[in-house]
Each structure stands twice: as C-alpha cells, then as structure tokens.
Write a protein that binds this ligand. Structure first.
Ligand code: AMP
Ligand code: ZN
Length: 478
C-alpha cells in the first residue's frame, strides 16, 4: 500500500494522509473570491491541491473534496456596486469564468462547490451557538464579534504569541475581512448593514447585515464534511487570519477539532513580489493563451516547483514547459508503439489503484517522490532520468508495457494530458526505413555530415523524418 505523506502546518510534522473514517478523505479547500478573473497565482494553489488529490487517489484512497466560492465579502460587494450590477449577476459571471479556466487547466472538479450566499442561515446558526457559549458578543451597532480571549488556543496554527492579541474591547475589534498579525484582535462574525452595502444584506437576530468572510468556511465545512474532518488547505496567506479564525470559531462552537491536517501552498511570485490583484503584477490564463501558450504548459510551469517554496514566474518557464511536454509526448508515443498498448484513462486508473497498489516500473522512484510531501521537482527529475534510459534503448514489448503504465501513472498524477499521436505517428516504419535511419545515426556519430544529410534526404523522399534526441532518435511520418 502506498501512503502519501504531507507537511502539516499545525504540527509542523510530516504526516500520513489517511481518512479518519476509514472510507474517504474529507478535505476542504478555500476557493476563489469571485470579483474578477483568477490569476495564475491563485491557480498555483488550486493546481497543487489537484496534484494532492490525484496523488491521493492514485494510492487507492477515495476523497471527498469541497471547495467553496466566496461570493459575498468586502471585495465582491465593492466591485459589483462599482459596476452597477447585482451581487448575484456579478459573481455568477466570474464564477463561470473560473469554471472554464479550471476545465482548461484539467483540474478535477470538487465534489461540492458551495457558495457563501446560499448558506446564510447556517452562518447565523453558528454565530448563535458561539454567543450561547460565551465566545461571541453583539456590539452596539448590530455587528457580532468573536471574543478571542474566550478561546485560549487562538493562534495555534500560526504560532501567534498571545501577548500580541488585543482582546475584549470593541474599539480594538476588527471588522475588515483581511488584516495582518499586528492587528490581531476580536474579529467580526456578523457585519451590521452599512450604506455602502446597497441591497446586500440579510435579516438576523442582530438586525440587518451580512456574515464576515471567515465564517463561511466553518459553516460549509461543518455542513458538508462534518465537525471534524481530515484536511484543510489554502495558500500561505490564508494561515493568518483566515484559518486561525476558522479554527477558533469552529472549535469554540462545537468542542471538536476542526481539521486534523493543514496543508498550505507557498506563493507564486513575480520579480520577488507575491502575484496579486492589489499589486497588479498578475497574469491570467487568458493572458498567456493570447501569447500562444497552452493550458498544459501553464499547468506544467505552475506544478514544477515544490509547493513549500515560493515559485518565481517568468515566460521562459512556459517555453521550457513546452519542450518538456513534447519530450514526454514523444516518449509516450514511442512506448505505445513498442508495447502496442494504450495508457489507461484517469477513471480506470484509479479504479485499478483501489483494487491493488499501482506499480510504476521505471517511474516508481518518481512516484515515491510525490508520495513524500508532493516533491514535484524531484519527481520530474526522476521522470526525465527514466525517460533518458528508455529513449536510448528500444525496450522489449513487455518492458515497454510496464514503462507505459508507469509513465501514465505519473502523467495522470500531474494531470498532464498529452496530445494523442496521430495514426501516422503510430505507424511502424518498414525495415528498409529503419535501416536507413540506423545508417544516418551512425554517420552522425562519426561526424560524417555529408553522408548523414544524404541519408536524411533519402528518408524524406520516402515520407519519413528522424527526430534526434540526445541519446537516440525517433522515426515519424513527415
Ligand atoms: P482568493 O481568490 O484571493 O480568495 O484566493 C484563492 C486562493 O489563491 C487562496 O488559497 C489564496 O491563498 C491563493 N493565492 C492568492 N495569491 C496567490 C499567489 N500569488 N500564489 C499562490 N496562491 C495564491
Ligand atoms: Zn476559507
């Protein structure tokens, strides 16, 4: 049995990822705030979460994946008002754009994608529970705050020093959705209606208003995954205050541990700064497609770094991604030809994994790297070392079958759908063509360029091209 191990932010340890109910791993990812296009920094996080889910399912486990949609907060309200649209019309448009980008990037669809606006009663009920237990208090203006002093474990995820907290008095309490550690204090659960909110308010026991941002993930996490689930994930910027506040309000309300494991992804950077809307240093998938790059190239470039390290983005990385993907596609075709078999599609592969542990043959070490804290750069390095050996020698039918299956496991873990070879590409070259190609390769090795050019022309005249690699060549229909 293969086991995936991940660095858990809460314990600071490498922990095995196993379902506590023995059936399926219940995990929650904080989803997009739908007030504009998601940028590729956001997609780094969502893609690493996808790599996580794919690797997990390839170990034979089942998953229940929830990713919310933040469709009511300071930003969505401000922007919808600025554009003169209702909140629903505005957020629905951006949600659809997000869905289309997810499909293009080959992200597995979460099992549930609940929106905050559809869960107002659940959020009000959670606040009531917190007030009843003495963990929250209404303020004079009709807002409700979480009382940080009432929850001594506050700050355990980000190891925040209790002395840094300003507690109690509502004049120090925080009603912004996002703030930094210096402003740690009682935080808002319910925001009383303000003029700037327009029509975006709901009735509550404390008057008209709307929920604070942090509350939605606790309410929807409880509803769809239970009060104590397996794993919670987001970008590192969510550690504080968002996840800290989620833990406090959930655990104070239920008395249960909220999530067993915490999985945070480091930022995508541009020229040393975090890619973000506020800095305006972002690329969207559409920007990169306009420059001629494919979603698969973007996917590769965003997944190639270790998720616990910052990844600096540049367009050069997309050019590298193109070359690497081409090399993998060539290898896959080569193995398909040599084995006469086809790689299994995703659903069949995970069905096979659920029955017995997958064997990745020459790609086993690459798989082990993924299982060890999703070490993508090590896995890619090992994929290309194995590829080099396979490119050098034409494997036997049996070896090619094992290698194709192994390569497919790794490609599926990375979610890389390579272009299918055309009929012509799969065509086996006749013996006389193979002979000419061998002679040409030998002439090249002997640096007899005149003979090698002449043999290339002879191949071309019969409709064949030899594509040279470092160690060997492959034959294709021209
Ligand atoms: P948002 O749409 O701002 O709520 O963010 C959606 C997800 O993207 C969250 O998990 C963020 O932590 C993550 N995120 C935002 N910026 C970046 C970045 N530059 N690199 C990686 N993840 C990011
Ligand atoms: Zn969240």
């Amino acid at each position: 049995m293969h086991t995936l191990r991940l660095h858990d932010t809460l314990s600071r340890n490498l922990s095995p990822v196993t379902p506590s109910d023995g059936k399926s791993l219940r995990f929650y990812c904080c989803g997009p705030t739908v007030y504009g296009p998601a940028h590729i920094g956001n997609f780094r996080t969502f893609l690493v979460q996808d790599l996580f889910r794919r690797t997990l399912e390839l170990t034979g486990l089942k998953a229940k994946h929830v990713r919310n949609i933040t469709d009511v907060d300071d930003k969505t309200i401000r922007q919808s008002q600025a554009e003169g649209q209702t909140l629903t019309t505005f957020t629905t448009g951006w949600r659809e754009k997000f869905d289309a980008d997810c499909i293009a990037l080959n992200l597995l669809k979460p099992h549930l994608e609940p929106g905050a606006v559809d869960h107002i009663p659940e959020q009000i009920a959670l606040i009531q529970q917190l007030i009843q237990k003495g963990h929250a208090y209404p303020s004079e203006d009709g807002s409700v705050y979480f009382n940080v002093a009432s929850y001594p474990a506050y700050g355990k995820l980000s190891r925040l020093d209790q002395r840094e907290l300003k507690t109690g008095a509502s004049e120090t309490a925080n009603d912004a959705d996002e703030y930094d550690k210096e402003s740690a204090s009682d935080f808002v659960l319910w925001k009383a209606r303000k003029d700037g909110d327009g029509e975006n308010f709901w009735e509550s026991p404390w008057g008209q208003g709307r929920p604070g941002w942090h509350l939605e993930c606790s309410a929807m996490g409880h509803k769809y995954l239970g009060e104590d689930f397996d794993l919670h994930s987001g970008g590192v910027d969510l550690c504080f205050p968002h996840h800290e506040n989620e833990i406090a309000q959930s655990e104070a309300a239920t008395g249960n541990r909220f999530s067993r494991l915490w999985f945070h992804i480091e930022h995508l950077m541009v020229d040393g700064a975090k890619m973000s809307k506020s800095l305006g240093n972002l690329y969207t998938l559409a920007d990169l497609q306009e420059k001629g790059h494919t979603p698969a190239e973007v996917r590769y470039a965003l997944l190639k770094g270790h998720y616990r390290q910052k990844l600096n983005f540049s367009l050069d990385q997309l050019r590298d991604a193109r070359l690497n993907l081409q090399r993998l596609a060539d290898l896959q075709h080569h193995l398909q030809k040599a084995s006469g078999t086809q790689p299994l599609p995703w659903k069949q592969l995970i069905k096979a994994a659920a029955k017995s542990p997958l064997q990745a043959g020459p790609f086993q070490e690459a798989l082990q790297s993924l299982l060890h804290d999703l070490n993508a750069p090590a896995a890619l390095g090992k994929i290309f070392s194995a590829a080099k050996l396979l490119e050098k020698n034409t494997p036997t039918k049996e070896d090619a079958t094992t290698a194709l299956q192994g390569l497919n496991i790794l490609l599926q873990a990375f979610g890389l759908n390579l272009p299918e070879p055309t009929k012509e590409e799969l065509e086996e070259a006749p013996e006389e063509i193979k002979l000419l190609a061998e002679k040409r390769w030998a002439a090249r090795a002997a640096k007899d360029w005149a003979a090698s050019d002449q043999l290339r022309d002879q191949l071309a005249a019969q409709g064949w091209t030899a594509k040279d690699g470092k160690e060997s060549y492959t034959l294709h229909r021209s």
